[in-house]
Design a protein around this ligand. Structure first.
Ligand SMILES: [Mg+2]
Length: 109
């Protein structure tokens, strides 16, 4: 079994065991994803670039991944396909000859 599907199945099992899937509409999954992203950011607030709690990073990153996977599953999206499609778009927006070594946004290249 594809590992992403295996991971998603485990998350859904956890949720279904608690009858929580009834709450997992796309809007609330997107809100939860954003909240978990903020919890991830909070680990870095008022600190130096590499001054963060690694154990807390693992937890918050896992939360972000879990809600992202649930949101994709809810909308029957293939993770590999949507990421590869986005990389293709990014390649077009950020051609190597223009984007290499710069952090400028595509509309400033
Ligand atoms: Mg969290």
């Amino acid at each position: 079994m594809d590992s992403l599907k295996e991971i998603t199945a485990e998350i859904i099992k956890f949720s279904d065991d608690r009858d929580w899937s009834q709450f997992h509409n796309s809007k609330d999954l997107a809100v939860a994803l954003s909240i978990e992203s903020s919890e991830l950011l909070e680990l870095f607030l008022w600190k130096g670039n590499d001054d963060f709690n690694r154990d807390r990073l693992k937890e918050e990153l896992a939360d972000v991944f879990m809600y992202a996977l649930l949101l994709a599953e809810k909308n029957q999206l293939d993770i590999k396909e949507i990421i590869f499609d986005k990389i293709k778009k990014n390649n077009e927006k950020y051609p190597v000859e223009k984007a290499k070594g710069t952090a400028k946004k595509y509309n400033e290249l």
